[in-house]
Every structure is written in C-alpha cells, then in structure tokens.
Design a protein around this ligand. Structure first.
Ligand SMILES: *Cc1c(COP(=O)(O)O)cnc(C)c1O
Length: 361
C-alpha cells in the first residue's frame, strides 16, 4: 500500500484540550468543525468526550454527524442555522445555537418550539463579518428574553487579530464588547486559540479552542504558551526511489530545482493530492529517518523530492515526516505562504491512523 499517512495522536489532543482549559480557567468547547480541522471529527470528539465541556461546529450537518456517533455533550452551531427549518432539528438534538443576524432572531421569534433553546448571542465587536451591532445586540437580548424561547443566553464575540500580540485591535474589540454587554447578566465567550494562549486578561466563562487542540500555534512568532502544545498530526510517508544527480541536472516539473553539486535525491510518496502544499518551496524542512533534511524542486500531485546528500544512511524505504513533532506544521505553512489551519483542512487521500496511548499502554 502507498505509505502516505497521517498519524493522529489522541493523547496529545486531550493534553492540548486540558491546556486550553487550564490557561483560561474556563469551560471549553472543543472546536471540531471542518472534520476537526482535517483530523476526523468523530474520532476526535470521541477521544475528548469524557473530558470536554462540549463541542463547536460550523453547521448542523457536522453536529448531526457527532450525535449519530453517540456524542451526547453540548454542541454549539457557530453560525447558528442557515434556514429556519433547521430549528426543529436543533430542538430535537438539543444543539446550542449562535444567533448572529437579525433574520435569525426573527425566524426564532416566529417558529414555535416545544423547549427553550440555549442561545449564544453574537456581537460584531469589530471583525465585521457576522454578529449584531452593539445597538441591535441589546435589543436582541431583550427580544430573546421576552420570546420565552430561550433557556439561557451566552454573550459572544470573535477577535479578528488576536494572533497579532502587539496589535491594539483586540483590546479595542474588548472595549466594544464590554460596553455592549453592560447590565446584561449572562456568561461570556470571546477567546479562540490565539486569545486563549496570548490574551490572558480577556474574560471568559467559555472558551472556543480550535487550532491549539491540534497542537499548532496560531502565531507566526514563537510564543511561550504555544510552545507547550503537542502536535497531534504527523504527516509521513516513505522514500520510494533514490537517484544520484550530477551538478547541473534538474529535478521534477519545470526544472524548479537544479543541482548545484552532485545531489542524492529521494523521491517521497506524498504530493499535493494528499494535501501537502504545492507552494512549499525548495528548502522547506522535512525529517528523514529522524534527521533534518529539505524539500527540493516542485511538489507534484503524488510525489515530492528531498535532498539526501547529507544523509548517506537514508535511502529506499526511509521514513519521511512532512509535519509533526519534528517539523512544525506552522513552519511548513509559513514557507508555503499559508497557515496551519489550511494545511490540516486540506488533508486528503493519505490514510488517517489513530494512536491512543491510553489504549496501547
Ligand atoms: C473556528 C472558530 C473558533 C476556533 O478558532 P481557532 O483560531 O482555531 O481557535 C472559535 N470561534 C469561532 C466563532 C470560530 O468560528
């Protein structure tokens, strides 16, 4: 079988979840949207189910997948419903629901419900994507209270620039949030991963860790708390062919790399069809049999090439880590001009293999 695979360390996932809770002294909804950022939502939620205060997903399809797999903990729909007809399912499966727009508020008021819902009312504190304006927010609070359809309201907002630790924008957003919620008695939820790791002063009864659960830092620069995260995914494959190139010969499509010296090239069964970024340039780090090495030439659909010149022991069958504990996904992302979120979400074809220290010990 083709050796490209993604090992998923569920023990590391649990440890990162506990770190999120410890750093925030709050309850934490594990964000498992987009198939748990490519890690497999059902398996990740099952691994966290015992510990987790709840989960968060992007849409009802994702929530129902978890319910069908036996996940009974609270599940928050981060964008609420997309059509009012979803409200019946939200009620039936006891999902928690964000209200971020007036049309959702009106639909909720119009729709008869048997049980009151848990609503997370979202303020647009400056990201300007979704969320109610401060004036609408206070009005919506009153209408929800009056509707008789709401059991409990959590007040939430989302930061646009929490990953930029010296940027004043998060503090400005916090001021807007604090003003908008003055006098409203409710729990609050503001912090995503960068805010959990980097903004300890932001109040939160509930936090919403995503990328940090998977062990990748949301910051471009090293950061103390982020260095405590344990990578969950190891993307790996093997060397399937080796060739010696004389100086002056090119490798791969477009001759994007030309050997400046006699070069021993390892061909690895991994390509952009597996989700490895095509734009990772020559020099992007990899690990070969536990030793640092570098990508050379253009990444193709099923294969990529690495420089084995300084690793005489490495050869056919050598294990290659594309990212994981030795090669940080955030480093690969930086080289490829993207973010680890996108790398993980793009994972395809490569088989996922789940490791759980709890069950193998
Ligand atoms: C995706 C998402 C999160 C998680 O963000 P991370 O940066 O991955 O921690 C939190 N809150 C909301 C509203 C989201 O959409």
């Amino acid at each position: 079988m083709r050796p490209a695979r993604a090992l998923i360390d569920l023990q590391a996932l649990r440890q990162n979840y506990r770190l999120a809770r410890e750093l925030s002294s709050a309850r934490a909804l594990a964000v498992v949207k987009a198939d748990a950022y490519g890690h497999g939502a059902v398996r990740c939620a099952q691994a966290l189910d015992e510990d987790a205060d709840g989960f968060a997903v992007a849409c009802i399809e994702e929530a129902l997948e978890l319910r069908a797999a036996g996940i009974g903990k609270p599940i928050l729909l981060l964008e609420g419903f997309f059509e009012a007809s979803e409200l019946a399912l939200i009620e039936q499966h006891e999902l928690w629901c964000v209200v971020h727009s007036n049309w959702q508020l009106e639909a909720l008021e119009r729709t008869p419900l048997r049980k009151p819902l848990r609503i997370w009312l979202k303020l647009d504190s400056g990201m300007h994507r979704v969320g109610l304006s401060p004036l609408e927010f206070r009005d919506a609070w009153r209408r929800l209270q009056a509707s008789g359809k709401v059991e409990r309201i959590v007040l939430m907002s989302h930061f646009a620039r929490a990953d930029e630790l010296d940027c004043p924008r998060s503090r400005e957003q916090l001021v807007v949030f604090e003003q908008a919620r003055q006098g409203l008695q409710a729990e609050v939820s503001l912090r995503n991963s960068p805010a959990i790791l980097g903004w300890p002063e932001v109040p939160s009864d509930w936090v919403r860790p995503g990328i940090m659960l998977y062990g990748a830092s949301p910051f471009e620069q090293p950061q103390a708390q982020a260095s405590r995260l344990r990578p969950v995914m190891t993307l790996e494959s093997k060397v399937i062919s080796v060739r010696e190139l004389p100086a002056g010969e090119p490798v791969g499509y477009g001759a994007a790399f030309v050997a400046a010296r006699p070069t021993r090239v390892g061909v690895v069964a991994m390509g952009y069809a597996d989700g490895y970024p095509r734009h990772a340039p020559t020099g992007t780090p990899v690990f070969v049999d536990g030793q640092p090495a570098r990508l050379i030439g253009r990444v193709s659909m099923d294969m990529l090439t690495v420089d084995l010149s300084d690793l005489p022991q490495a050869g056919l069958g050598s294990r290659v880590e594309l990212w994981g504990p030795n090669v940080l996904a955030s480093e690969v992302a930086l080289r490829a001009e993207t973010i680890p979120y996108e790398l993980f979400c793009n994972l395809r074809r490569a088989e996922r293999i789940y490791l759980d220290a709890k069950s193998t010990n």
